[in-house]
Design a binder for this molecule. Structure first.
Ligand code: UD1
Length: 434
């Protein structure tokens, strides 16, 4: 397995291009199942999770072609055309779903278009049990018959077409809202989704569905009204910039006391993160191409954080901010309210000298003057990147193991950081260097 080696301590200065949002792309791609015409998606990031979704869709019978020219050394300028003219298979197999939970997002579209689907249950993951019960309840309310057999959700729609329903989510669920939204777009009658997720990626999906002919009101609010239509058509859509990638590199600037311009980034998508960074002592300014984050003060101040659904502070930025707080002056209390087991990075950060105590859903971080490099191992995507960030700030050498997590969500991470002066390299599996 590849590793990443970092010699920390260099303030990062330069420019980082921000790619398309992984989590938006993972919802937009299955939307192609809703129409027999072509859905063209541009600004897709080049990531392992996107390839996994492409593999899943192709085994359902979706034909795909990648066109256009790559920009920024990645796939940014490319357009992926997805055509589900004939859905030849409505089963999402365990082998693909277990690799990526977002695979469950094919369930709503398959049920809406084909009236049947068999999708493996994703199972647990490193950050908690993460059930899909709310997705299933919403689809049942819309008339689907659902059973769990042999680890699979086996669903069909008596009469062939889902019906509009009043779905009230007892807790905000991004994936649940997305699955219901896609199902409702082709259902018979009106669906109301109350306590809907307001994440920008959910709005991106809604905008794309509207471009495909769907009738959706209430975008960006907690209540979505969807008037089902008989059929959807093809569309061209550009994925919004990744706010979590943006926030991660903003932390890279702050934690190394550097100065980075984030090109193509949208500041309005990360206001809760900006608030924390500014309270810490970082400075954020608009530029013509995005915005820049700098922290020329030697010491930053600890700030309390609580993760919440959007527009609150994102759980996907919690680990990165913990790395930052580990180097700030004073104490910071970090409370995780979305996932029950999302402090897996704590013992690894502790190996680098961070002082963190976990009490239930909260962690108290007491900043230290300097972290020190160490070999570390990560269990999930955002935990991995928090260790990279800590390594950039630490004295000496850090080796992050299990880099495959990073490749799921960060495109060319070591290249982007190296371009700003980071001493970082990938050690390929099998390389003698250790
Ligand atoms: C999405 C994001 C993930 C992010 C999360 C929260 C994608 C591909 N992933 O994940 O990066 O961390 O939103 O912002 O977009 N829950 C249930 N039952 C359900 C569904 C969810 O109990 O049926 C619970 C989950 O266990 C969790 C909470 O609801 O505690 C929120 O989960 P959800 O918003 O659904 O997260 P995902 O869509 O899986």
């Amino acid at each position: 397995m590849d590793k990443i080696r970092i010699f920390g301590g260099t303030p990062l200065r330069g420019v980082i291009p921000i790619g398309g949002a992984k989590n938006a792309a993972l919802a937009l791609m299955p939307a192609c199942l809703l129409t027999d015409e072509t859905l063209s998606l541009s600004n897709l990031p080049h990531l392992v999770d996107i390839t996994t979704m492409a593999n899943l869709l192709s085994q359902h019978g979706v034909s795909m072609s990648l066109n256009g020219h790559a920009a920024n050394g990645g796939h940014t300028g490319r357009v992926l055309e997805l055509t589900a003219a004939n859905i030849s298979n409505t089963t999402a197999p365990y082998d693909l779903v277990r690799k990526m939970r977002a695979s469950v997002l094919v369930l709503g579209p398959l049920l809406a278009r084909c009236g049947q689907a068999k999708v493996s249950l994703p199972g647990g993951c490193a950050i908690g049990t993460r059930p899909v019960d709310l997705h299933l309840k919403a689809l049942e309310q819309m008339g689907a018959r659902i059973q769990v057999e042999g680890g699979y959700v086996v669903a069909d729609v008596p009469g062939g077409r889902l019906k509009g329903a009043h779905v009230v989510f007892p807790q905000v669920t991004v994936g649940g809202t997305e699955n219901t939204l896609m199902a409702a777009a082709l259902a018979d009658g009106e669906t109301v989704i109350a306590n809907a997720a307001r994440e920008p990626e959910v709005c991106d999906l809604a905008h794309c569905l509207i471009a495909m002919g769907a009738k959706i009101d209430g975008l960006g609010s907690g209540t979505l009204h969807i008037q089902g239509v008989e059929r959807l058509h093809g569309a061209q859509y550009s994925v919004l910039p990744d706010r979590i990638e943006t926030g991660t590199y903003a932390v890279a600037a702050a934690i190394t006391r550097g100065d980075i311009e984030l090109v193509g980034a949208r500041r309005d998508l990360m206001q809760s993160v900006e608030k924390v960074l500014v309270e810490c002592g970082a400075v954020i300014e608009d530029t013509e191409r995005g915005f820049r984050v700098c922290a020329d003060r030697t010491r930053l101040t600890g700030v309390d954080i609580m993760t919440e659904p959007y527009p609150g502070f994102p759980t996907d930025m919690q680990a990165q901010l913990m790395a930052l707080m580990a180097t700030a002056d004073g104490a910071s209390m970090i409370t995780e309210t979305i996932f029950e087991n999302r402090f897996m990075h704590v013992p690894e950060l502790a190996r680098m000298g961070a002082r963190v105590n976990v009490h239930g859903a909260s962690a108290i971080v007491r900043g230290v003057p300097k972290l020190s490099g160490a070999p570390v191992m990560a269990t999930d995507l955002r935990a991995s990147v928090s260790l990279v960030l800590a390594g950039l700030a630490a004295e000496g050498e850090t080796v992050v193991n299990r880099v495959y997590h990073l490749d799921r969500g960060y495109e060319r991470v070591e290249e982007k950081l190296a371009a700003c002066g980071a001493r970082i390299e990938r050690i390929k599996d099998g390389d003698a260097a250790e």
